[in-house]
Design a protein around this ligand. Structure first.
Ligand SMILES: Nc1ncnc2c1ncn2[C@@H]1O[C@H](COP(=O)(O)OP(=O)(O)OP(=O)(O)O)[C@@H](O)[C@H]1O
Ligand SMILES: Nc1ncnc2c1ncn2[C@@H]1O[C@H](COP(=O)(O)OP(=O)(O)OP(=O)(O)O)[C@@H](O)[C@H]1O
Ligand SMILES: [Mg+2]
Ligand SMILES: [Mg+2]
Lengths: 227, 227
């Protein structure tokens, strides 16, 4: 499903050049639930942004569903992304001008889903994540954990082929965090491939593979025995 | 140091009125390190914002350092806040137009600290939190955990009388999170009073009191035996 080879990603500021991903290679198979761990600043969000086609890379190869992504135009990257990927951002990235319902509904609108079905799916995921009572609020009127759950709901409402989750429970108490992990597990059992950045070994226990990064390199990989 | 009695705080949107703090009463003594816990949406950030004089409240009493805060003008609240309170925000609230060094330096500038001393203190806290190598970066050029550490550094650089920390380790791996907790502990031993919202029982173990909220009420309070 995803084959990455010798992928290099650098950032330059006036002062310094940072090698965020140091010619890494990685294979993700359909149906995987992969946890990505490592210290703050080691390249996890960068890896997710490159895989999620939100960011380009300098050199190397990234094949997504059989198609090479290097050199693909922004417009074509956006198309591949909208049709296949659900992204839960580390800083949520909610749209301030839209309320909770409209934020969650947006990917369904992009994918031309009919209004009646959009309503059913938005309501179902809002109830699942316990935020239906806030559906007319705007993001600035929500608690941190409520915003995070809206970001989760929006990424999952299209039941995408691949889910990229960047620290999806960072602002949640254990009950709400567990609910998010249960939902991700279910979607994985139903066929979604999941890559999840996390600092929590509890969250990582839901995965079948754990990849650990350090300074832009893959330090190690291991299989995880799920219950 | 802080005496809160029958404090009521509500939010109104077009659709619904939310009682975020339901006539709560709370006493915080100088030198306390209080953990505030509870489910997502139960009122923790609201409590911190009211205590931190960032938000007004509807009724009840809030005495800070012997002075009643209810009805205080915005200008006077801001003055009390700048002189006494360091705030670590749940969503960081860094200033995009300033780099890391300038973001951390800002409270010292407001407090009229001389340039030479500002430099020493900013460098000391950046090295302590392992972000000195990013001092010329802008917030958008930082990882999530790096942004969080800049927010922590900025709140602590004035060694304030009272530190309000809203989930200060949510985006950090265990090593960096532990470093933040050690630094808060040290400041507490040196005399700072700390109120910390957290979802982590590990973080809460550094406190001497744990207050649990639920639906805008104080559910329970307990002493914590620190090692
Ligand atoms: N500006 C606002 N307008 C309307 N309602 C609000 C506003 N800010 C917060 N609320 C509501 O008040 C309640 C308490 O919010 P608060 O941010 O204090 O929760 P919290 O305990 O910090 O949650 P979390 O753990 O998710 O950060 C929530 O139900 C939230 O939806
Ligand atoms: N736009 C940018 N410009 C310059 N440097 C950047 C930029 N974005 C990220 N970096 C740097 O690249 C490195 C990797 O960042 P990344 O966001 O991938 O880390 P991370 O592993 O997600 O960390 P965290 O756990 O703190 O979220 C960091 O050292 C960061 O400072
Ligand atoms: Mg990150
Ligand atoms: Mg909060």
């Amino acid at each position: 499903m995803i084959t990455i080879q010798q992928l290099l990603k650098t950032y330059s500021t006036e002062e310094v050049e940072t090698t965020a991903l140091n010619q890494i290679s990685l294979q993700v198979n359909q149906g995987d639930f992969m946890a990505i761990m490592g210290p703050s600043g080691c390249g996890k969000s960068t890896l997710l942004n490159v895989i999620g086609l939100l960011d380009s890379f300098d050199s190397g190869s990234y094949q997504f569903l059989g198609q090479e992504m290097h050199g693909l135009k922004e417009k074509d990257r956006a198309q591949v992304r909208k049709e296949n990927i659900g992204f839960i951002f580390q800083n949520f990235n909610l749209i301030d001008e839209l309320n909770v319902y409209e934020n969650i509904e947006l990917p369904l609108v992009y994918n031309n889903i009919a209004k009646k079905e959009r309503k059913e799916r938005v309501i179902a995921v809002m109830e699942r994540l316990n935020i239906a009572h806030r559906n007319k609020h705007y993001p600035q009127q929500l608690s941190g954990g409520q915003q995070q759950r809206v970001a989760v709901a929006r990424a999952l409402v299209t039941t995408p082929k691949i889910i990229l989750a960047d620290e999806p429970t960072g602002n949640l108490d254990s009950t709400n965090g567990n609910e998010v992990m249960e939902l991700l597990s279910e979607l994985n059992h139903q066929g979604s491939t999941i890559l999840m950045v996390t600092h929590s070994s509890y969250d990582a226990s839901f995965s079948n593979r754990i990849v650990t990064l350090k300074d832009g390199n893959i330090l190690m990989e291991k299989e995880n025995q799920r219950q």
